[in-house]
Ligand binder design. Structure first.
Ligand SMILES: [Zn+2]
Length: 479
């Protein structure tokens, strides 16, 4: 089954509930924050814009790992678990004939194209993919050297531009953390699958321990993570505990300053795709608690997740961005100025070696870069999460032409619009710390386009400026 259908289902169900005026507080998870938590004071005359004034764009890859083709190995387990409830026809695909491996040569080819085009994003590494083997111990069917090489490729070649996320432990069966074996069947004969159900009634600590187990395996092979991805409905229906548990897990295993996660698809036009900063607590302290939910603005529109039936290229590309750059979900979201993350599954990108979806992807990326150039900024999910944490949680105080900032996390490219900067001579200066000297910022005559850090420009009755904002207190003087 396509885990993304589950995500969309979850979202639509939540909205249907709201529309009908029903109060369903916990059973139906909402795509937007269950609990945003604390927010600081931000003066109305100062607005935080996009990073460097550019729209963030990112590519999210689910169901990737080392070597193992999750399409081939997950299918029989999904079919066994869900044929009776969801209908056997959904699983009637020739998975036996599909390749067992997605080779490193494809990772290289894909990664090389992305480097040339500046693409950044998120790449899952499922630590115990479909129960085939453990990436930190042994992968039956492959030599230890092949596993080592594959991990090295992820670490050295992919990681600079891609966040690594676990997608829970196996992405199929729920694992007993004490024994490392899949849980036995439920009394009714059905299976505990990571995609849904297991989290119901579990505490934040229990869910956190499960996520921490997955993260620890990635830590064992030197793949640091700042976020995680839920396999489909993992976490339903215990969303608050998923988020709190996930935050705890990322903090305890990797000491992550800005934890984030990917779970939601927000593909209806008119709905905001802004990342959500959730459960913010103690934002005045040195180590505030929060987690950032970064959604995708598309489903996997390349075809069925397993790569067995790629959709026609024209259809796939045009759903994202048309040849004239005028239509498509990416166009819609970018024109709105909101982060545009799009999505596929790694078996789908590979499409059993046919190359079809990789070609569609290349067309989409080239169209995006051609249509928007430096109006967009390719970012990793962790970079987007960090920016949104700073945007939401920085206290902004203004008194005349003095602006005081207190940021619980720092971020590069923090871009502000400041209204009514006064009638006198404007020459913004920035002091990056409480004891720092004010340094002159550089005026640019470019009225549009990106701003570099340290630059500012005039607007009609406002100015825009861009700084690398540090964690803690900093200050601006406009004249
Ligand atoms: Zn997945």
């Amino acid at each position: 089954m396509n885990p993304i259908n589950r995500r969309t289902f979850v979202k639509n169900t939540a909205l249907a509930g709201v529309g009908a005026g029903l109060v369903i507080p916990r059973l139906y998870p909402a795509p937007n924050p269950v609990v945003p938590g604390e927010r600081p004071k931000q003066t109305k005359s100062v607005t935080v814009l996009n990073p460097h004034g550019q729209v963030p764009v990112s590519f999210i890859i689910d169901d990737s790992t080392t070597l193992v083709n999750m399409g081939h190995y997950c299918l029989p387990q999904f079919a066994e678990a869900w044929s009776s409830s969801k209908g056997p026809e959904r699983f009637d695909v020739p998975w036996q004939s599909w390749p067992k491996e997605i080779p490193d040569s494809f990772v290289l080819e894909f990664g090389q194209f992305c480097r040339e085009q500046g693409v950044k994003g998120k790449y899952s590494i499922v630590p115990y993919p479909a129960c085939v083997g453990w990436i930190d111990r042994v992968m039956p069917g492959w030599s230890p050297a092949a596993l080592r090489d594959s991990l090295k490729l992820v670490r050295e070649f992919m990681m600079p531009n891609w966040d690594i996320h676990p997608e829970m432990i196996s992405h199929t069966r729920v694992i007993d953390l004490k024994t490392g074996r899949p849980l036995p069947r439920k009394p009714d004969g059905s299976y505990w699958m990571e995609n849904g159900g297991w989290c119901e009634g579990k505490s934040a600590d229990e869910i956190g321990a499960y996520i921490a187990y997955a993260l620890q395996i990635l830590k064992n092979v030197d793949l640091p993570c700042e976020g995680f991805t839920t396999p489909g409905g993992f976490g339903n229906p215990a969303m608050e505990n998923l988020e709190i548990g996930g935050m705890q897990a990322l903090r305890s295993v990797f000491n992550v300053e800005v934890p984030h996660y990917f779970k939601y698809v927000i593909s209806d036009s008119g709905e905001s795709t802004q990342p959500q900063v959730e459960f913010a607590k103690r934002i005045d302290s040195d180590s505030p608690d929060f987690i950032v939910n970064v959604p995708s603005c598309t489903g996997d529109w390349f075809g069925a997740w397993h790569g067995g039936n790629p959709d026609p290229m024209d259809q796939v590309t045009d759903l994202h961005i048309t040849t004239d750059f005028k239509k498509g979900r990416m166009v819609e979201v970018i024109e709105k100025g909101e982060p545009a993350c799009f999505l596929t599954h790694w078996p789908n990108m590979y499409a059993n070696g046919t190359g079809q979806n990789f070609k569609s992807f290349q067309v989409i990326v080239k169209r995006l870069n051609k249509a928007y150039g430096n109006r967009i900024r390719w970012m990793k999910l962790s970079e987007i999460a960090r920016y949104w944490a700073a945007k939401e949680l920085t206290a902004i105080e203004r008194s005349g032409n003095s602006v005081k900032l207190k940021a619980p996390v720092g971020t590069p490219g923090f871009t502000l619009k400041i209204d009514s900067p006064g009638n006198g001579e404007i020459a913004p200066r920035f002091a990056p710390g409480p004891a720092s000297k004010f340094g002159q910022m550089k005026e640019t005559k470019q009225t549009t386009g990106p701003l570099s850090s340290g630059e500012w420009r005039r607007g009609e009755s406002s100015i825009e400026l861009c700084i690398d904002i540090p964690k803690g207190t900093s200050a601006l003087r406009l004249s």
